[in-house]
Design a binder for this molecule. Sequence first.
Ligand code: SAM
Length: 352
Amino acid sequence: MDLTVTNGSGEPVDPVLERFHLLVNAPALFNALTTALELDLFTALSGRPASFDELLGTTGLPPHSLRVLLHAVCSTGLLVRRDGRYENSGVAEELLTGDGPDSWRDILIGWREVYYPAFARLTEALEAGTNTALSAFPGHEATLYRRLAHRPELEAVFHRAMTAFTLRSVDALVDSGQFLTTRRLLDVGGGDGATSARLVARHPALVSTVFDIPTVSRLARRTTAPDLGDRVTVHPGDLFTDSFPEGHDTVLFSHVLEIFSGEQIVTLLAKAYDVLPSGGRVLVYGYNVSDDETEGWYSARLSLYLNALASGQGMAYPACDYERWLRQAGYGQVRTLKGLPYEHGLHIGVKP
Ligand SMILES: C[S@@+](CC[C@H](N)C(=O)[O-])C[C@H]1O[C@@H](n2cnc3c(N)ncnc32)[C@H](O)[C@@H]1O
């Protein structure tokens, strides 16, 4: 399917204009995509093109509803209609047919349920300079992470989405060479332990302690830790009010520091410094906006979400900010592995 937008004479138009047309229709098309995922449409079509009537049976939708949905998904190019039968595009076949812990289904449902309702209040939040969209969640805590404890089912949806996206982006960290000499890792803000689980699976000499808030530690105990014996343990606590456990040679902050302000980041890096031995390393993994702060769709989405909803501050900071904060906290041999998949970077510092 040719997705190029053309003018009346069939000539290609400005790609920014093409992007504009996609952008203004994107919220509706995003929801059509998540609906198709919930109805297992892409899985049903995996390697097996089907007719409209066959899809009626698969989805259980009324005929007119299915007609409207198929049109929407075909318009994105993710489904293709050929000789009256529907089939997955190559991208749909590769990304949308699985239902494992790294599925895009879990990612997009989490974004729809937790992130995207908040974006309708973006103007208000940016004008206020804080996460006013958090008022849609019960409780008085200042961050989404803490307030989700009042809604355990949504907290589970949120962490499933976060884990799925992390599993899609974590291999660059796991295979970075930084864990070849690590023996005892402290995974600060380690969520449900999915990153630690993958790290210990790939590095047999490694054990990890996952530090997170108590409700998330309970989730980690239920979902991840049981399969890993004593190689991943959980340590409930608050990043700012509790001290970090000692006895680790490497501290990892994966997708955590971007939640906070520069000042708080230096505080957290210094807390890690205090519990590391001389020669111990700190690793900061996450999204980086480009140095000139003009590129990165994933980074932009994250930064807006953090400010409207999650913490009211933070962003996908550029690599140069993290390097400066690492030096400020006392680390030496500071460097960055740039250009990792999904706009990620890995920042490394060593305690002298
Ligand atoms: C974006 S998630 C990252 C999870 C995991 N490290 C990953 O890469 O997928 C941020 C994590 O920080 C945790 N967190 C946020 N504020 C915290 C706090 N004050 N104390 C402890 N953990 C906190 C959240 O519960 C959440 O699991």
